[in-house]
Design a protein around this ligand. Structure first.
Ligand SMILES: Cc1cc2nc3c(=O)[nH]c(=O)nc-3n(C[C@H](O)[C@H](O)[C@H](O)COP(=O)(O)OP(=O)(O)OC[C@H]3O[C@@H](n4cnc5c(N)ncnc54)[C@H](O)[C@@H]3O)c2cc1C
Length: 412
């Protein structure tokens, strides 16, 4: 049996591409889809300073927490152990292969058009809509480039229906604890009867999201003691823009080594929603900018094994980075008239949920590297199939590019 661990975007995209090669594919998820309010979890997350906010019912969250003890320091992130994973709560902004720095990857994207078409077929299944991938961006001044992205909130339900029709199996209530590589078995905790079960695998694809994939690897192989995950650090600020830029929503900022990507949210609508203001015209040029820093400027997350079933997950910050960014933004505001950035508020490490790069692909054998198809160098038939294998975590929305990479890794 080919097992895929995780039923989020990564797991189902892996099943989508592998079903052409293999017949016996099973996707594993710790819980079925649950009915929980997205807004409640997001509010809880906003008010949390550190730790993992689980987008699950209390019952499932408590069961998951009881499997392994995890201590969190200086970081926060959301995870979801229900069917569909974070696709049930994500923001729906679809990025674009033409906007990524492909030079950071150890292979050539020879035929972008072919990759694009393959990905658009997948998108059509997920969103039930034909999208275009815009390969043009527009520079409005030497520091700001406007981007053209699609947005559609949808989870993986449509893709799952398609996979079921193609005879892909789904198993629930199973949480992967570790891999017995010598015997080619996986050890899973059954959440409904509370006991471990073992299953034989032919090939294993880990698509549990970068933090949980790291935990599975650390639990399975004693030569890994800790793993580092890159991120794109997050900050919010108030953005003022000129009338001529009224319709811009997504843009990239680059000046003297400071790079970030930003999405703008309507300030006017937020005030209307919370304070029931009727006439809010004074806010029409003000927006809330949700900004993602380049991974060079961001910190990183370290996942460390502590004892037999304990983990320590720590956010590590780059020195002086807040002061540096605030100063650079002030300098920029003094000279620039199209867009201005005020009051940056820095969120905890990990809170962008743009994480990964813990097992970057490489042509050279390395302990922390995978082959260009995602297979771990020293552990045959174990493939990493989520954002853990990306060679860099770009500041732009991560999901589209990660899925394109999963299609690329498995298409031969
Ligand atoms: C609030 C929010 C907004 C976002 N907005 C955007 C956006 O607008 N655009 C964008 O590109 N990205 C966005 N993202 C990021 C996006 O959600 C993720 O990149 C994407 O969903 C990751 O998919 P995944 O399948 O790799 O991981 P996940 O969705 O995390 O799926 C992991 C799966 O693995 C399972 N699992 C975990 N551990 C185990 C285990 N031990 N055993 C068995 N199964 C396990 C889980 O149950 C789950 O099914 C956002 C994220 C958040 C939190």
């Amino acid at each position: 049996m080919i097992y895929i661990i995780g039923s989020g975007f990564s797991g189902l995209t892996t099943a989508f591409i592998l079903r052409k090669k293999y017949k016996n594919i099973t996707v594993i998820s710790p819980s079925k889809k649950e009915r929980i309010k997205k807004s409640g979890t997001l509010l809880k997350y906003l008010l949390t300073f550190k730790g993992e906010t689980k987008f699950n019912s209390n019952k499932v969250s408590n069961k998951i927490s009881s499997i392994e003890k995890t201590i969190y320091k200086n970081c926060k992130f959301i995870s979801s152990y229900q069917d569909g994973g974070l696709s049930n709560i994500w923001g729906g902004v679809l990025s674009n292969i033409y906007q990524f720095n492909l030079k950071k990857f150890p292979f050539k994207f020879n035929n972008l058009k072919k990759i694009e078409n393959n990905y658009l077929n997948l998108e059509k299944l997920i969103f039930k809509k034909n999208f275009k991938m815009f390969n043009r961006s527009k520079k409005i001044n030497e520091n700001i480039t406007l981007l053209n992205f699609n947005k559609k909130n949808s989870n993986v339900e449509n893709l799952k229906k398609y996979l079921l029709a193609k005879k892909v199996n789904f198993k629930y209530d199973l949480y992967l604890k570790n891999i017995d590589h010598k015997r080619k078995k996986i050890v899973l905790y059954n959440l409904s009867h509370g006991r471990d079960v073992k299953l034989d695998y032919k090939k294993l694809y880990l698509a549990a999201g970068p933090i949980n994939t790291a935990k599975i690897i650390l639990n399975s192989f004693s030569n890994f003691k800790s793993l580092k995950l890159k991120e794109t650090r997050h900050f919010f600020c108030i953005v003022k823009k000129k009338i001529k830029l009224r319709n811009i929503k997504y843009f990239k900022f680059e000046k003297n080594n400071l790079k970030f990507y930003s999405q703008l949210y309507n300030f006017k609508d937020i005030f209307k929603l919370f304070f029931n203001f009727k006439n809010v015209n004074i806010f029409k040029n003000f927006f809330i900018g949700q900004c993602y820093l380049d991974s060079k400027y961001s910190g990183y997350i370290e996942v460390k094994k502590k004892g037999k079933s304990n983990f320590l997950i720590t956010g590590k910050q780059k020195k002086l980075f807040k002061k540096d960014i605030s100063e650079k933004l002030t300098q920029f505001n003094n000279k620039n008239f199209d867009l201005k950035f005020y009051f940056p508020i820095f969120n905890s490490i990990g809170s962008s949920n743009h994480l990964g790069s813990s097992f970057p692909m490489s042509k050279k054998k390395g302990k922390f590297n995978t082959k260009l198809n995602g297979e771990l160098y020293n552990f045959k038939d174990i493939y990493i199939s989520d954002s853990s294998v990306l060679n860099d975590i770009d500041m732009q929305p991560i999901t589209t590019f990660s899925l394109i990479n999963i299609l690329r890794m498995n298409s031969k």
